[in-house]
Design a binder for this molecule. Structure first.
Ligand code: GLU
Ligand code: MG
Length: 456
């Protein structure tokens, strides 16, 4: 739809409010409710919103310890530039429309740190080289019987999972308990144009997994942030609480695995029926492996993300790849022409999907550009391996250091973005150590539950 057609569309749908939806660095859906008149008048640049939306941490403390060129000296505004291809009616709220927006500067200039435009730049470069990508996320979350208010009163501890309290997965007895929640949520997703391949009960108590349909990279991420919003709304309406914290309990954690495939001249690049990978696939995997430690900072963004990365918990712990091995970081599935793809299993559910895909596709692209050969595939299970194996960074600061030193990702994502992001991760570490976190804890702490349980 072009901007000129918007007033008639709003009229035709009897719209009273337009919900503008941008994505913060932490992956939060942020914006305003605007009258149709205000929304239409602001096009194409979009409404103003405080630049703090890219300038404060998860706890609401402004980043004041460093600055970058794109940040203004005074506290001013950015704009939410609507992507009109995403304008939809919100199914459960009469007279309300929603639209996803990029964050841009006051004159419409691109911001180096807007996650949605960052991913678009990476996808654009992939297109310049003759490739198209598709992606599909697996959203894991946990649903508990308590209401939001009761969960807060209990400080997010000892909650009652909507399932058996044991670590069994795929159990229809458990999916039956989650049915009312997921039926309603997935019906709303469908009305928003978000389709899923399936869902199931996952291994931790109260855990579910939703497998979104593959689509283009930006839309795949749009679907993740909108689906999480729907899941939160439905849980709250039904008197429950849902979380996407990476490790909200001592059981299995929540991942955000992402599958991606590549086509060149219409042909599936990763397809290798006899097991012989093309040079392009080898270099792509080489790039993903070379950038994996640095990318971990983006895929595992919080203190809590690293609690998930322990052996035998279905999350990877060593930088590794192999054909169909779920204990590796990259699981390559090359045998079917229609479904040849690579699953990256590193990301935690608390990650920002746009940054996840920007790092993954940027890593692959770096491999093509530099003709990087991959290390040999991992022939064993990737857990419980001794120290000599190339372990993934296992703290927020180690991962930030890896990204700070990663020239390939700097070239793909831009210095301004990488430098700013690394600062935000070091800041997160500082917050943990100065505002009540437990420096020597090895398990989930109260500080993490308070900071992440409800918002990530
Ligand atoms: N929950 C696991 C994780 O945190 C993934 C389980 C699976 O789907 O294999 O990555
Ligand atoms: Mg799973």
């Amino acid at each position: 739809m072009d901007a000129g057609a918007v007033p008639a569309w709003l009229d035709e749908h009897d719209v009273r409010w337009v919900r503008t939806e941008s994505v913060s660095l932490d992956g939060f859906l942020i914006g305003k409710h605007l009258s149709p008149n205000k929304f239409a008048k602001g096009l194409p640049l979009g409404n103003a919103i405080t630049e703090l939306v890219l300038g404060y941490d998860i706890g609401g403390t402004p980043y004041l310890a460093w600055w970058d060129d794109w940040r203004r000296d005074a506290l001013g505004d950015f704009h939410q530039r609507p992507d009109l291809s995403t304008l939809v009616m919100v199914p459960d709220r009469p007279h309300t429309a929603a639209v996803l927006c990029d964050l841009v500067g006051v004159d419409g200039e691109e911001l180096p740190v807007c996650p949605r435009s960052l991913l678009r730049r990476v996808v654009g470069r992939l297109g310049d080289q003759g490739f198209t990508a598709q992606a599909a996320f697996e959203i894991e979350g946990m649903i508990f019987a308590e209401s939001v208010i009761d969960a807060r009163r209990k400080h997010f501890k000892g909650l009652t999972p909507l399932s058996l309290p044991t670590g069994l997965g795929y159990l229809h007895q458990n999916s039956r308990e989650q049915l009312a929640f997921l039926d309603e949520a997935l019906a709303r997703c469908e009305a928003l144009g978000i389709f899923v391949e399936g869902w199931h009960d996952e291994a931790a108590p109260g855990q579910f997994e939703i497998n979104l349909d593959p689509t283009d990279p930006i839309t795949a991420c749009d679907h993740v942030v909108r689906t999480k919003q729907v899941l939160r709304e439905v849980a709250a309406e039904q008197g429950h609480i849902v979380t996407f914290a990476a490790k909200p309990t001592d059981a299995y954690g929540n991942g955000l695995h992402v599958h991606h495939s590549l086509r060149q001249d219409g042909e599936p690049v990763f397809y290798a029926p006899d097991g012989t990978m093309s040079q392009t696939t080898r270099h792509w995997i080489g790039g993903l492996m070379a950038t994996m430690p640095g990318a971990t900072s983006l895929l595992c963004p919080t203190i809590n993300s690293y609690r998930r990365m322990i052996g035998w918990a279905a999350a990877p712990t060593v930088a590794s790849w192999a054909e169909d091995n779920k204990s590796t970081a990259l699981r390559v599935l090359s045998r079917s022409p229609g479904a040849a793809r690579i699953e990256d299993r590193v990301a935690a559910a608390d990650a920002n999907p746009y940054l996840v895909l920007a790092a993954v596709l940027g890593g692959g692209l770096a491999g093509l550009e530099k003709a990087i050969d991959p290390p040999p595939p991992l022939a064993v299970a990737g857990w419980g391996l001794p120290a000599g194996w190339p372990h993934l960074p296992n703290t927020i600061t180690r991962a930030a250091d890896a990204l700070a030193n990663d020239a390939l990702l700097h070239a793909q994502l831009g210095d301004a973005f990488c430098d700013y992001w690394v600062n935000t991760r070091r800041w997160e570490w500082l917050m943990y150590h100065t505002t009540g976190g437990e420096p020597v804890a090895t398990g989930v702490t109260q500080w993490e539950l308070d900071r992440y349980f409800e918002v990530v």
